[in-house]
Design a protein. Structure first.
Lengths: 308, 489, 291
């Protein structure tokens, strides 16, 4: 704790957050909108990094959890119209249940098998949404009657606050005693158990936390955009973006994942004049980073400190 | 004497499918004593340790800790009940500092405790000080020397003040002075009233440290008593040495006049941080039969892997005048230096014939047929089992197949790594006779790595002894019996 | 008669799936790589083949060959640009190589998808049939092309079987998938083996891609779906087991065809997915998997 207060990184983080909070004074609604989405994606990626970096499980279908949260909230709002936070809460609960569902095979399988389960989960959810189009709007998607706000600035601040709070919680968790146990559980199961830790229990908990944040962020994104569709919250390509952002930013740093997401979305936007090719360029850059800087951007900076 | 029994194991059994790894093992561990559980590779000693720790579930029998039945408990429960384990290979968290690694061992198994108590930090530092890590508390494992990593493993194991400490191969990879320091540490555990179980394959190395020895072979107990008693026990000597060390008929001095076919100069190998080979130099002349004798873990396999180009090394290895570091592993085998490895590395799902065929693919079709005929004559059992899948063969048959397959390559120099491992005496005789015939019918050069001295001596022109990664002795078989004989075990 | 129609159509699509899946599992078994750009390689073969046959005027047969060649080239490019650098990288810890390969090939697959759409088209491309016309089998109307495709698939599968089981080079592949170290000790450099297997894979994926374009049509957008189904089939059959993939391909192919005919075409992929989930929970090593 003492170390944290003395660390320059904390002050940098505070300054960055302050600047971010003031951006609406200078940027137009369009750019603010891009950043708003980027912040929600930041939470997606951080939740993914917690699971990967700390529990050692590679989730190839983060959009399963995100989609559960998003669609639950959307359907609830459409069918019964309770206040937004109730919908978000419901989304969180369903996402956590989904996380538990994923956790069960994860604890018995490893490597490629688990990755496949996560991919299959997404495909199943995608197909389920198409089948139950009456409730979900199918491939076209659905709109929600409520939104967080119609003001771009307000939406931006909602997203920023959410990002910062999530970052503090997730990062704090990663640096806590529980985070240390999680790291051990993910890195060396046998050793962690020989040291007296019930690895299964900790991994399930990690899944649930990851699911919670993914679900809430997914639901909130819906209430920002006012629509929910497969293309925006479930498609595999969205999941890939989440993973790439986390790897790009630096595995096991939590904060790197948020940075990676923001960078990725801003870069895609910036390259929009290239048309379809922007995805190509961003993917190519991400591939290059993976090949040459596997520790990611933030990871590279942090590792430099570790190499003494 | 009257110290309480901390760990009681009764009629412990472990079966892996059809293979019995541990058979009816019963032993007691009292507070304030160090017991050595020894046995060669495959004896089941490490399995016993894993069963006690709950890493694997037992197939039968009971394990009791201070009277409480802990049989089949998951390992985290066993750990919390008061058992600490030091694994053979260090298992640190690479991204955390030494202090954080030790603190981890002190944390409670809680989902909710976000902060470790203040006392955790103090206790962690005290433990680090005890094992000699105070100077490196803020360093990370990748930057630490090997011995410090081992110290950290010890620290983690005793962090929560366990009643029983299990240590697997405590001295592997350590220098002689480090061995002395670690022995003192372990003695310290005993003096604190803990019950210590050391698992090792080498009686000699733990003899000075242990109060009692329990010897195992092929899953069963073969001897129990003080270190001296066990070392003199005839069954134990047979298992380790293969029997009485008899000097054999002296072979005509082959290869000493010619330039060496294989020259290994000052070769060192590091596995991570562990010194697996330390400035080893040997030479083998053309047509010679050289035996390299040493216990498990002495470095024989590492030496052979360096020769075959499978591990990086420093120093030089020349074969037929050629520097082997220029060739790939496949290239070295093609150049005529062929290894029949310790694990045999057969293609289990392929037939005997297919395995042999693969060995002969570098030869012309005609030459391949010749070799095949020659080998099937030397190992008639293979002719019988020609179309069977390799993994359905017995241990001895698999060994013969592995040797035959290596010979299919028509090598100039054949390395045989522990061919007798796990084989019954009857098979050893067959193997020995096959080696005789090989020497008589071909000019091949052979390097044999063996723990079983009785098997290794009769065929050899010269003997090297490899101990703790170094060449400890060199000479001819006659002198071995007289000089090393009794001191070897 | 619907039953016979299902039997025939199912056979054709299953044979195509089999070809793609066998290549996928071969790469995994020998090289240890799960290539998530698999669908992309098939798509490249399909699009280039279509281009060659149509716009470049090579005609259907030559166009098909060009497509297969494109698949081969794409396979090698994938190996040398994405896979090998990751495997050789000293900066990536050993136990994370797999994740990096998965992510890397995923990214590469996306690049292929977008690249194809940009350079050529993202509309589904359909190759003109190799043989025009229809024929009747026991009263069921079957395009001759469909029969031709099934026959070609089986010829290729047969050749693959011959290669692996009867030729020395193929036996080495098999040995490499069982025990790579043992093979090195016998004097074979693994790098050559890998080069060989990626070549075979390129041909298999190329043929599968081009034939699929001829049968159903392939678009750059379907690259992801193709990878997903190959992956599913391979896990169902057992990762690393080529014969397992063959069996699983038929299971999946028929499940899909039956669903499409008897239930609803839109629900086509569902039963296979559900079966996959079941297998993963009950028998994760697949139908014929060993490890």
């Amino acid at each position: 704790m003492k170390n944290l207060l003395h660390s320059p990184a904390l002050y940098i983080a505070i300054v960055v957050t302050a600047i971010a909070a003031l951006l609406p004074l200078w940027l137009d609604a369009y750019l603010l909108g891009i950043l708003t989405v980027a912040y929600y994606f930041g939470v997606f990626s951080m939740a993914w990094d917690l699971l990967f970096g700390f529990a050692g499980e590679v989730n190839f279908g983060p959009t399963f959890l995100i989609g559960l949260g998003a669609y639950t909230a959307a359907i609830l709002d459409n069918q019964f119209g309770p206040p937004i936070f109730v919908c978000v809460l419901a989304g969180a609960v369903v996402a956590v249940l989904g996380g538990l569902l994923l956790a069960v095979p994860a604890l018995r399988l490893s490597g490629p098998y688990f990755g496949l389960v996560t991919l299959v989960a997404v495909l199943l959810l995608q197909n389920a949404i198409v089948i139950f189009a009456h409730w979900t709007g199918g491939e076209i998607g659905m709109t929600v009657p409520d939104v967080l706000s119609i003001d771009a600035n307000e939406n931006y601040w909602y997203a920023l606050v959410f990002l910062v709070v999530s970052a503090v919680l997730l990062f704090g968790l990663s640096r806590s005693a529980v985070g240390l146990i999680l790291q051990a559980s993910g890195q060396d199961r046998i050793e962690a158990q020989a040291l007296g830790f019930n690895v299964t229990k900790h991994k399930i908990a990690a899944f649930c936390v990851s699911a919670l944040f993914s679900g809430v962020a997914g639901a909130m994104l819906i209430f920002y955009m006012g629509t929910a569709s497969v293309d925006t919250v479930i498609d595999i390509s969205i999941g890939v973006q989440v993973i790439i952002a986390a790897v790009l930013g630096g595995r096991r740093t939590i904060l790197g994942a948020a940075l990676g997401s923001i960078f990725l979305i801003l870069a895609t936007e910036f390259l929009r004049p290239l048309g379809q090719l922007n995805t190509f360029v961003v993917s190519a850059v991400a591939l290059a980073v993976i090949l040459f800087f596997p520790d990611g951007l933030l990871g590279y900076v942090l590792r430099a400190g570790e190499r003494e | 004497m009257n110290a309480p029994v901390r760990l009681r194991v009764e009629h412990l059994n472990k079966r892996y499918g059809g293979l019995v790894a541990v058979k009816d093992i019963s032993l007691e561990l009292r507070a304030g004593e160090i017991v050595g559980l020894i046995g060669p590779n495959g004896s089941g000693k490490s399995t016993v340790m894993k069963l006690v720790m709950g890493i694997e579930p037992s197939s039968g029998g009971t394990i009791a800790l201070d009277g409480d039945d802990i049989t089949r408990w998951p390992s985290h429960r066993v750990a919390r009940a008061g058992v600490g384990i030091v694994f053979q290979h260090s298992r640190p968290l690479h991204r955390q500092t030494v202090l954080e690694n030790i603190k981890l061992a002190l944390l409670p198994d809680s989902l909710l405790r976000l902060f470790a108590g203040r006392d955790v930090d103090t206790r962690a530092r005290a433990i680090a000080d005890r094992v000699g890590l105070s100077a490196v508390l803020n360093r990370r494992p990748p930057t630490l020397p090997f011995a410090d990593l081992r110290r950290m493993e010890m620290a983690k194991a005793i962090a929560r003040d366990p009643k029983v400490v299990l240590v697997d191969e405590p001295f592997a990879g350590l220098t002689l002075s480090e061995v002395a320091t670690f022995s003192d540490l372990i003695r310290g555990f005993r003096d604190e009233g803990r019950a210590v179980l050391l698992v090792d394959h080498n009686v000699k190395s733990v003899a000075a440290l242990v109060d009692r020895v329990f010897a195992m072979y092929l899953g069963e107990r073969i001897a129990e008593g003080t270190a001296e008693e066990v070392m003199r026990d005839p069954t134990v000597r047979r298992v380790y040495l293969g029997g009485e060390i008899v000097a054999s008929q002296k072979r005509s001095a082959a290869g000493t006049a010619k330039p060496p076919l294989l020259e290994v100069k000052d070769v060192s190998v590091l596995y991570g941080k562990a010194q697996a080979l330390d400035n080893v130099s040997i030479h083998v002349g053309e047509g010679e039969f050289v035996s390299i004798v040493g216990l498990n873990g002495a470095g024989k396999t590492t030496l052979f892997n360096a020769m075959s180009g499978l591990v990086p090394y420093s120093g030089t290895i020349t074969f037929g005048g050629q520097d082997l570091s220029r060739l790939t592993a496949g290239g070295i085998a093609r150049a005529g230096l062929v290894q029949c490895p310790e694990g045999r590395e057969l293609f289990g799902d392929m037939s005997v014939e297919e395995n042999l065929d693969l060995g002969g693919q570098h030869l012309t079709a005609a030459r391949r047929h010749e070799q095949l005929d020659w080998l099937l004559e030397m190992f008639p059992i293979l002719r019988e089992r020609r179309t069977q899948a390799a993994r359905t063969l017995s241990g001895g048959e698999q060994q013969m197949l592995a040797i035959a397959r290596a010979l299919m390559m028509d090598p100039k120099l054949l390395i045989l790594d522990e061919p007798t491992l796990g084989l019954a005496p009857v098979i050893l005789e067959q193997l020995g006779r096959a080696l005789e015939r090989l020497r008589e019918t071909s000019p091949i050069t052979v390097v044999l790595g063996e723990q079983n001295v009785t098997f290794a001596l009769p065929h050899a022109d010269r003997v090297y002894v490899l101990e703790h990664a170094r060449i400890a002795w060199e000479g001819d078989p006659q002198r071995f019996a007289s000089e090393m004989g009794t001191g070897y075990l | 008669m619907v039953g016979l129609q299902i039997l025939i159509d199912g056979f054709a699509i299953s044979s195509l799936y089999a070809l793609g899946a066998m290549g996928f599992t071969l790469i995994f078994g020998v090289s240890g790589v799960l290539n998530l750009s698999h669908g992309g390689i098939m798509a490249i073969a399909a699009v280039i083949g279509w281009l060659a046959a149509g716009d470049l005027g090579f005609g259907v047969y030559l166009g098909t060959l060009v497509g297969v060649a494109a698949g081969l080239v794409a396979s090698y490019v994938t190996y040398f640009i994405v896979i090998l650098p990751i495997q050789r990288s000293k900066a990536i810890p050993r136990d994370e190589t797999e994740i990096f390969i998965l992510t890397g090939t995923l990214l590469w697959g996306i690049m292929i998808q977008v690249g194809l759409a940009y350079l050529f088209t993202d509309n589904p491309v359909t190759m003109r049939p190799l043989i025009d016309g229809v024929t009747y089998i026991a009263g069921v109307r079957v395009p001759k092309n469909e029969i031709m495709i099934a026959i070609i698939c089986w010829i290729v599968i047969g050749l693959l079987w011959l290669l692996v089981n009867k030729t020395p080079a193929g036996k080495r592949l098999l040995a490499a998938s069982i025990n790579p170290r043992g093979l090195t000790l016998l004097g074979f450099d693994l790098s050559r083996i890998y080069f060989f297997v990626w070549g075979i894979y390129g041909v298999l994926a190329g043929v599968a891609g081009v034939l699929l374009a001829s049968f159903l049509g392939v678009s750059s957008a379907s690259a992801g779906q193709l990878t997903a189904s190959a992956f599913s089939i391979v896990v169902l059959g057992g990762l690393g087991s080529v014969s397992g993939s063959l069996v699983a391909a038929y299971v999946v192919g028929y499940l899909e065809t039956i669903t499409a005919y008897l239930i609803a075409p839109t629900l086509r992929p569902i039963p296979a997915l559900l079966l996959l989930v079941l297998v993963i929970y009950v028998r994760p090593q697949g139908i014929l998997g060993r490890r």
